[in-house]
Ligand binder design. Structure first.
Ligand code: GAL
Length: 678
């Protein structure tokens, strides 16, 4: 397992951070097998022109390098590796196991995944395998062993890229092999069927199991199924896909000393991997991020994902393994980036701790599913605006090379949990409008708009470095996680907890005695009934705020009432409270507050806790601070259409100009370096 300091040093090998030649990694997925070898020389020449330092190859190479069950052909890969090596371009080498070739699924159709209705997927796309399949695993193991044996000591290989976005399409398989693996996992967790019955509450609805053979994955049922079963299946599925990674990781560690990682998907639309459990096995934390135009504020979700990725890296720098120069091809409408947006997106990742920025993919495909996905080199070639932007971006990253190895500074923590996400979004809850990620994003956006940088932390994390912690809709919470927040407040910290938090334990069992069970004491109140709002409904608070989605009957104990409902089902009842607890305070928000009021409330709570909240916030300028051993680097990213002033003094790295006060043109990015006097 990697500690966070080895994450930093593994990435430092790619960025040479802290040394005179330091740089930020800049690169892409490179799929040369799509092209005639005559194109490769031009690729390499243009990669050098664009300042590419690292490329991911062999990610989907399986069918090329193992064309038949007993035939391996590395000639193409050998040639590419040598070309890149000669050009001084580092390699992020795929183990090649991401997508089984047709011969494997033809010979072994039982590796194909099965959905909750019992329908087996066909081959023809990608990642069509059951993560628990011993046949798939043996084949992947064999391929990975061949690849690592051949290239494990090659001087150009800087990073191992295990598989690709593990669990992107196949996270949940319901086949009989998965069912058996699920039972093994449950047996290891519970020991006895009786213990499982207790944890799952199977006495209700006549679901009691008498033997392990009776236990199944949560396949499609007529009514809603057992929620604890669904929750355990989500945990099992994450563990099972992680085990696919670990199987390859073990091979790599045996045969090579090059750092190992895989690309995470900390995004808005994929929630199936509990990356808090995965992170310890990575030498470098790497994320893939694509703007999601189905969301109201894609660039704020980008910032959230970047902060969450840094959280997974324990605060150390991390690697953006994939993003797009423009449009993707897998959303309903594939919106491209307007001029300047690529620079803003990239610098938002860098501001939030990325020490390397890579893209999918090098050259836009002429064929196949992703031919309309943007790339560094578009279909139009170098005679294009996109190519000029890529060159400009590469130059800009060159001018901030000294950032490598520096760390983001944050006084506020936001608790985020994949397990709570799965649990909150289970069926049969008070309101289908309460979706965990939406509430997390709402809190994050409110903090973003208040100009407050946050660290995203796991539940139960040590909070002692922070002044304020925010826990949005943390429905499922374990006792030790409750204690972490309670101790933090008792010791002088400020917590802000929002509705539908603290409701159940790890088995999805309601904590009795009034909601929010786990936090009633800390918050100095209890809730005796939920009053979710009708679809599209809203309530007004006496301070003018609007609440949506949720309301509830709060009975204050020690807590002070900060705001009450002016209308709706609970006029005169508390909506927002604040409790003094030990040396600190704990705020509670009982409804989904509108953006400006949630932002104002979080800014007030943070400010009262001593957080430095910028006075000029709320103007669409993203501000983040990275700190090095002897300098501070302040990022300013103007997302607005107006020129914005900023009080910054120092050396602006992108223009090379000394500044005392900034005028930020619309869309501009600036990084101001200030020497620190120790
Ligand atoms: C990622 C994947 C890449 C490519 C990209 C397109 O999910 O790792 O292979 O498909 O998306 O956006």
């Amino acid at each position: 397992m990697s500690s966070s300091s080895t994450i930093g040093s593994a990435l430092a090998a790619l960025t040479a951070s802290g040394r005179a030649e330091s740089r930020l990694a800049f690169g892409c997925d490179y799929n040369p097998e799509q092209w005639d070898p005559s194109v490769w020389a031009e690729d390499i020449r243009l990669m050098r022109e664009a300042g590419v330092t690292i490329v991911a190859i062999n990610v989907f190479g399986w069918a090329q390098i193992q064309p038949r069950p007993d035939v391996f052909d590395f000639s193409g890969l050998d040639a590419i590796i040598e070309l890149l090596h000669e050009a001084g371009i580092g390699i992020n080498l795929g183990t090649g196991t991401a997508s089984p070739p047709p011969w494997l699924s033809t010979k072994h159709p039982e590796i194909l995944p099965v959905d909750a209705d019992g329908v087996r997927a066909w081959p023809g796309g990608r990642q069509a395998y059951c993560p628990s399949s011993p046949v798939f695993r043996a084949a992947a193991q064999r391929l990975a062993t061949e690849v690592v044996t051949r290239y494990g000591s090659h001087p150009a290989v800087q990073l191992w890229h295990v598989s690709n976005e593990l669990g992107c399409h196949n996270a949940h398989c319901y086949c009989d092999v998965s069912a058996s693996a699920f039972r093994d996992w449950l047996r290891a967790k519970y020991g006895t069927v009786d213990a499982l019955n207790t944890a799952w509450g199977t006495t209700f609805w006549s679901q009691r199991y008498g033997a392990w053979e009776e236990v199944l994955p949560p396949r499609h049922t007529l009514s809603a199924g057992n929620p604890a079963q669904a929750l355990d299946f989500a945990r099992f599925s994450s563990d099972e896909v992680l085990e696919c990674y670990r199987m390859e990781e073990r091979i790599i560690r045996r045969l090579s000393s090059v750092p190992v990682t895989t690309n995470f998907m900390v995004t808005a639309h994929i929630r199936n991997q509990d990356y808090w459990q995965w992170a310890p096995y990575m030498d470098v934390i790497a994320n893939d991020h694509y703007l999601d135009h189905r969301l109201p504020d894609p660039h704020q979700e980008l910032s959230f994902a970047a902060d969450a990725t840094r959280g997974l890296a324990g605060g150390d720098p991390w690697l953006l393994m994939e993003q797009a120069t423009g449009a993707v091809n897998w959303q309903p409408r594939n919106i491209t980036k307007v001029p300047g947006e690529l620079m803003r997106n990239t610098f938002a990742h860098v501001a939030r701790g990325a020490d390397g920025v890579c893209f999918f993919q090098w050259r836009a495909s002429a064929q196949g599913t992703e031919k309309f996905h943007s790339a560094l080199l578009p279909h139009a070639g170098t005679d294009s605006r996109k190519w000029q932007e890529v060159l400009e971006l590469s130059r800009a990253l060159g001018s901030v090379r000294e950032l490598a190895g520096t760390r983001v500074v944050a006084d506020v923590a936001l608790v985020f949990s994949w397990e709570a996400w799965w649990a909150t979004d289970l069926d049969s809850h008070p309101s289908e409008e309460l979706r965990y990620l939406e509430q997390v994003h709402a809190a994050y956006r409110a903090l973003w708009e208040a100009g407050i940088t946050v660290d995203i932390v796991r539940p139960g994390a040590d909070l002692s470095a922070y002044r304020t912690v925010v826990a949005p809709s943390l429905y499922l919470v374990r006792d030790d996680e409750v204690k972490a927040v309670t101790d933090f407040v008792a010791g002088g910290g400020t917590a802000v907890i929002t509705f539908f938090s603290g409701i159940v334990d790890q088995d999805d069992r309601v904590r009795l005695g009034g909601y929010p069970g786990a936090f009633t004491n800390l918050l100095g109140l209890h809730v005796d009934e939920f009053f979710p709002l009708a679809a599209g409904g809203s309530v007004t608070l006496d301070d003018g705020a609007t609440g949506t989605v949720w309301s509830e009957h709060i009975v204050p104990g020690a807590a002070d009432v900060v705001a009450t409902y002016a209308d709706g089902p609970l006029p005169g009842s508390p909506a927002v409270t604040r409790n003094t607890f030990g040396g600190g305070s704990a705020w509670y928000v009982g409804t989904a507050l509108d953006r400006p009021h949630l932002s104002g409330l979080l800014a007030r709570a943070a400010q009262e806790a001593g957080v430095d909240v910028p006075a000029d916030h709320g103007d669409g300028v993203e501000q983040v601070l990275r700190r090095g051993p002897d300098a501070d680097y302040r990022f300013y990213i103007n997302h607005s259409d107006e020129t914005r002033p900023a009080r910054a003094a120092g050396l602006e790295l992108l223009t090379g100009a000394a500044v005392d006060g900034l005028e930020l043109p619309p869309g501009a990015v600036r990084v101001v370096k200030t020497k620190r006097e120790e």
